[in-house]
Design a protein around this ligand. Structure first.
Ligand code: CMC
Length: 429
């Protein structure tokens, strides 16, 4: 069906065949501009889950789910994961171009300047049960930062917006690492300026106050890749949540906290943790057919975690990079993780199964990221926290973009009301 036929079908017959404009981006499907639909035709667009809705214009990230393409500001994710460092990617996402050396130095200096948490923030950690999930702590701590940076923050001023965005990226490694050290009862650590972003996160996670932490360059590079691969993914649930919160002019720290909350769910960022639980539950290659049968059973809510994606209907380009990285790290550490064997066999079997082929269900980024993170020594509960750490650069980029889009007011979806029609309170009650 051509676009025009569709548009004419949208407009009721009484309105004639007046059509709505088509908007064209630089890549990807065209969009019907339905902004006048309600005011001109008294019609709403019904699209629960936003499967066919472009909620905004954005020039940050492009995903072609059918071709398995992911571009940050036009650069393929595979090239960035291979050649760039996370801070370069964060700069690229925020400002649109790869940084020159001097620009990167300024960014590094700002990250060093803002990387340490305000000492009073530590009392927030102490308010949590020590076994609290890191994501619960992160939602709270990042939200609480809005109390530290609110009164003097004018988000109408570009330089203050950039400062807030960089502050968030800078503080997130210490925020995430402290969730872990608090949980295991070890003193928290501070960033060390001579280390790069990923190495710093590793030393704050695993370093002990009693001895100098030796950064393993293979692990630091793997960490950097994980952060790059998870940095942005256009209008996913958590980014859309950040944008919706931001559309009201809310404090940026509070906005990012909403993104962390949304990311936590097992259908989104929580999937990497769920993948490991699933692989452990399967336990042995011989149990894979049973797991596949359960995933296919309509009466069973069981799903193969790490399979399927709302947008990728071919393959997830991030999954390929992370699978390679997982193998490299396991080899480097001389680890033989039986879960990797189960994962690889599960992937093979599922990819030959009609059910998964028909529904275009391929392994997504989370399928291998859990195995990689586990090999690097991270406990399962930190997996989604690391995703949040990585995604912060994407969230703040979208936050910055939204603040600079003067055509975008407060987000306010409508609904198709299916409740009771008007009725009156009973007189005899
Ligand atoms: N295992 C078994 N069946 C599945 C799976 C799965 N993982 N995913 C989808 N299906 C089936 C689903 O039952 C449905 O079948 P039918 O057409 O017979 O009713 C069909 O595939 C389409 O499913 P859907 O729920 O409409 O697809 P969606 O695009 O709304 O959901 C998803 C995408 C990622 C939520 C889903 O595939 C899923 O739950 N996957 C497992 C969780 C997971 O790995 N999430 C991480 C996503 S990637 C990280 C990120 O970017 O956040």
């Amino acid at each position: 069906m051509s676009n025009n036929k569709f548009i004419n079908a949208v407009i009721s017959e009484e309105q004639g065949d007046e059509s709505l404009p088509i908007l064209r981006g630089t890549m990807g499907p065209e969009a019907v501009d339905i902004r006048a639909l309600y005011s001109r035709y008294d019609l709403l667009a019904f699209d629960p889950g936003f499967r066919s809705t472009a909620s905004c214009k954005s020039s940050i990230t492009y995903v072609d789910g059918d071709k398995g393409v992911l571009l940050y500001r036009g650069y393929p994710i595979e090239e960035l994961a291979e050649k760039a460092h996370y801070l370069e990617v964060a700069y690229l996402l925020m400002f649109g171009e790869l940084p020159e050396d001097d620009e990167l130095n300024v960014m590094r200096e700002s990250i060093n300047q803002y990387g340490i948490l305000h000492e009073q923030v530590m009392s927030f950690y102490r308010g949590f049960r020590r076994d609290a999930h890191p994501m619960a702590v992160m939602v709270g701590v990042v939200g609480a930062l809005s109390a530290f940076y609110h009164d003097h923050l004018n988000i109408g001023d570009r330089s203050q917006r950039i400062q807030a965005a960089i502050r968030l990226v800078a503080k997130m490694p210490m925020i995430a690492a402290t969730c872990y050290t608090y949980n295991i009862g070890r003193p928290h650590r501070y960033p060390v300026n001579k280390l790069d972003y990923s190495s710093n996160f590793l030393q704050m996670m695993f370093g002990s106050p009693a001895e100098e932490y030796q950064v393993d360059p293979v692990l630091a590079r793997a960490m950097d890749k994980i952060l790059i691969l998870h940095a942005d993914h256009e209008q996913n649930a958590s980014t859309s949540t950040v944008r919706i919160a931001a559309s009201s002019g809310a404090n940026p720290f509070a906005c990012i906290s909403t993104g962390i909350a949304s990311l936590w769910g097992p259908a989104h960022g929580g999937a990497n943790e769920a993948v490991l639980r699933m692989l452990e539950e399967i336990g042995d290659v011989k149990n894979i057919p049973k797991a596949i049968a359960r995933a296919k059973d309509k009466d069973d809510s069981y799903r193969l975690m790490g399979f399927g994606h709302r947008v990728y209907k071919n393959f997830d380009p991030r999954a390929k990079v992370i699978q390679k990285s997982a193998k490299e790290v396991l080899e480097h550490l001389q680890l033989d993780d039986p879960l990797l064997d189960i994962a690889m066999r599960l992937e093979e079997i599922a990819l030959e199964d009609e059910y998964f082929i028909e529904r275009k269900l391929y392994p997504n980024v989370d399928f291998y990221s859990g195995i990689l993170l586990r090999a690097m020594g991270f406990p399962d509960s930190m997996f989604t926290a690391i995703f949040a750490l990585a995604r912060t650069s994407g969230w703040v980029s979208h936050w910055l973009e939204l603040q600079e889009d003067s055509t975008h007011g407060i987000d306010r979806p409508r609904q198709l009301y299916v409740g009771k029609p008007l009725r009156h309170f009973p007189k005899d009650r």
